[in-house]
Write a protein of this length. Structure first.
Length: 329
């Protein structure tokens, strides 16, 4: 039985990856940060199948202990302060978690289990103000937020540990990947949650920022398969994971509203508060390398993804409404 240690296990990617590894017969260890109100919503259905270890990316001692306990064959470092907007208001915390946290995790693996295979969650945000389109593994980085700058550090320190210590360390440069488990603060989930609320009569408007920003959106459940595939190769390497299609936020909004029979123009309000200080206008990935070397491919289309998320939010809010009505009566 293979053993895997996952940081960020309760997040969107961590939950889908945990499901995948459990299906493959792994023993899964999840690193969780102690909080007064732990959130297991994404992993509630598999919570009892995961071995939980308390730890924090900013605390090297706790990571060393986690690796000692789990003795992993594979380590997936998915934890980060991952909300781009927050990185401007909390740049120091973002650097400590999203940048230095990667070094701490790599160092813990190097000291305790140097033969473990390591996956680092890099991000398409590293390309930022893109210098070529589409973006591939050799495209230079031009980060446009404290989050993206921190991710660039995490990416290069992973490469450095691979080259300096011979570790099997990979970075997956994942373009935007969404799902019904995406946090409500992210624009895609904000849209589908807003559409569901408007459809159910719980809201009458949706406030958004830049509708012209273009992104390469895929399904998170597809993307975690690429993470696993990277650690099954003979040699460690870095890979771009993307769909090769780009869509505007406006297109996402149009599909979401039209799916429930509404005209988005009647409900969407552009709000300057949600405009980033330094905007990333266009991200479009070239995943040729991943397709050829990993045999990876996307299975869920952009339109299927949007509809899946709208359906999930309508179901969630409908259940909540029913529960409230039941409690009142």
């Amino acid at each position: 039985m293979k053993r895997a240690l996952i940081t960020g296990v309760t997040g969107q990617d961590g939950s889908y990856l945990s499901e995948l590894l459990l299906e493959k017969g792994y023993k899964v260890f999840g690193l969780r940060r102690r909080t007064s109100t732990p959130n297991f919503e994404n992993v509630e259905h598999i919570k009892d199948q995961i071995e939980w270890i308390d730890g924090d990316l900013t605390d090297l001692a706790s990571l060393i202990r986690a690796v000692e306990i789990s003795q992993p064959d594979e380590v997936y470092n998915l934890a980060a302060q991952s909300f781009v907007a927050t990185s401007w208001s909390q740049p120091i915390a973002t650097a400590q978690i999203t940048a230095l946290g990667v070094t701490n995790m790599l160092e813990a693996v190097r000291l305790v289990k140097p033969d473990a295979r390591f996956y680092q969650a890099s991000s398409s945000e590293m390309f930022g103000k893109v210098v070529e389109t589409p973006q591939k593994e050799t495209t230079p980085f031009y980060p446009r937020s404290p989050y993206a700058v921190a991710k660039v550090y995490g990416h290069w320190i992973t490469v450095n540990y691979r080259e300096s210590f011979g570790m099997f360390a990979c970075s997956g440069i994942l373009f935007n990947h969404e799902s019904p488990r995406r946090g409500l603060e992210f624009v895609t989930r904000k849209v589908t949650d807003g559409v569901a609320r408007i459809k159910l009569g719980l809201a009458n408007e949706l406030r958004l920022g830049n509708l012209d920003a273009k992104r390469d959106w895929g399904f998170a459940g597809d993307y975690v398969k690429a993470m696993w595939l990277m650690l099954q190769q003979d040699e460690p390497d870095d890979y771009v994971i993307a769909t090769g299609e780009t869509h505007t936020v406006r297109e996402f909004v149009e599909i979401a509203f039209s799916y429930v029979g509404l005209d988005w123009k009647d409900y969407v309000v552009q709000d300057e508060r949600f405009i980033r200080p330094a905007e990333v206008d266009l991200l479009l990935g070239d995943c040729t390398k991943a397709k050829e070397k990993l045999g990876w491919k996307q299975e869920v289309s952009f339109e299927e993804l949007v509809k899946m998320m709208v359906d999930a939010d309508i179901e969630r809010l409908s259940k909540s409404q029913s529960k409230m009505l039941y409690n009142v009566t």
